[in-house]
Write a protein that binds this ligand. Structure first.
Ligand code: SF4
Length: 370
């Protein structure tokens, strides 16, 4: 498959496999910037308040994400503008199925993550130290220029965790919005409320991982993460009126209890509503979990059936091709609204009434943004 790779001083096209994308050859001095959302404690320690870990960082040390460093009592972002991955992706790959379906979007990331998932499929960039990885300094306005040059209608802040490169994502998002582009995040949902509120005017959509509905999963597989904080964060994204979709990667033996899946779906309906799209995705062995088996298709199908039975409108199965559960159907009459083949759209069958998207057969309003 041909993908385009960009440099702001040149452009090349190379062959890539379906898996993304680290292919920068330039290597410069790390760009840095004073971080936002932190406070000084005694002895020049600082507390970072960007994500819900609230790391207390000694002088000369870094937070768990390894890209925020205490320099003599001041918190510095080491990931600012240091891009490790960039490509044009179908938005379905995020996955976002009910937001601008069929668009191709400039997608990028810097290095680092505040989670330590043992199965991370992007671990080469998410778990890398800034010193260990090739990157390219791309000023925020240049990244937006690249998006415009390639006629991308928006920017996806993705691949690693946008929260931990917040200062850069913020500037890119602001400039992108001024130029008429949308911004979407693919996130683990561990950002604190204040930073999310501040970037809200520039954010249009997000896919948030709801990795499991049990505490052990988040504690043992993700590096001491609190499920309650994730749930609280998801509710806040929703409260701010951002279009959200949720992804639940089902890993055999860890989060595949049908009772747990049912509880999770009930929580989504009670706290967010029936029209939140939910993507069940298939696990493949990665990183430190190469011994764990692939998710059986029967498990994914049963999860799908449970979610539909409980009343969720838009349920999808991902990482299985081809499958009819990647299509979007009207929740009311069952009409096929968007037919997909993997990440690509074969047919759109939607109507607009004012600014609302409706089913052409029964006229019901759909939670789909065109
Ligand atoms: S963003 Fe990084 S340094 Fe800040 S609290 Fe989260 S993990 Fe710690």
């Amino acid at each position: 498959m041909i993908r385009k790779t960009f440099y702001y001083f040149c452009e090349v096209e190379i062959n890539l496999s379906e898996k993304i994308v680290i292919h920068f050859i330039a290597f410069f001095i790390l760009m840095e910037k004073e971080a936002k959302f932190w406070e000084v404690l005694e002895g020049k320690k600082v507390r970072c308040n960007l994500c819900r870990r609230h790391c207390i960082i000694l002088p000369g040390k870094r937070g768990v994400c390894m890209v925020r460093e205490n320099r003599d009592g001041k918190l510095i972002s080491l990931s600012y503008g240091n891009v490790v991955s960039i490509a044009i992706d179908p938005i379905e790959k995020k996955p976002l199925f009910n937001f601008k379906p069929g668009t191709e979007v400039l997608s990028y990331s810097t290095m680092g993550c505040n989670f330590k998932c043992r199965y991370c499929q992007n671990w080469e960039i998410s778990q890398a130290l800034p010193e260990e990885i090739r990157y390219e300094e791309i000023p925020a306005e240049v990244l937006v220029e690249i998006a415009l040059q390639y006629k991308s209608p928006g920017i996806a802040h993705t691949y690693t965790e946008p929260t931990i490169y917040y200062e850069y994502a913020y500037e890119v998002s602001k400039i992108a919005k001024e130029k008429g582009l949308f911004n979407v995040w693919v996130t683990n949902g561990y950002i604190e409320k204040e930073p999310l509120k501040e970037i809200r005017p520039y954010l249009d959509g997000a896919n948030i991982d709801l990795k499991a509905f049990n505490e052990k999963f988040y504690k043992d597989l993700c590096g001491g993460i609190e499920l309650d904080e994730v749930l609280d964060s998801i509710k806040y994204w929703h409260k701010l009126g951002i279009h959200i979709e949720l992804t639940n990667l089902i890993i055999p033996g860890w989060n595949d209890s049908f009772e747990e899946i049912r509880q999770m779906v009930k929580w989504i309906i009670d706290n967010l509503g029936k029209d939140i799209p939910l993507h069940f995705t298939r696990f493949f062995p990665h990183y430190k979990m190469i011994e764990t088996p692939i998710t059986p298709l029967e498990t994914l199908l049963e999860a799908y059936n449970i979610a539909k039975e409980e009343g969720l409108y838009y349920v999808y199965i991902g990482n299985v091709w081809p499958n009819k559960y990647e299509n979007t159907y009207c929740y009311n009459c069952g009409e096929l609204l968007i037919e997909r083949d993997g990440y690509y759209i074969k047919k759109k069958n939607l109507e607009k009434k004012g600014n609302r998207v409706i089913c052409p057969t029964c006229g019901k309003r759909q939670n789909i943004i065109l």
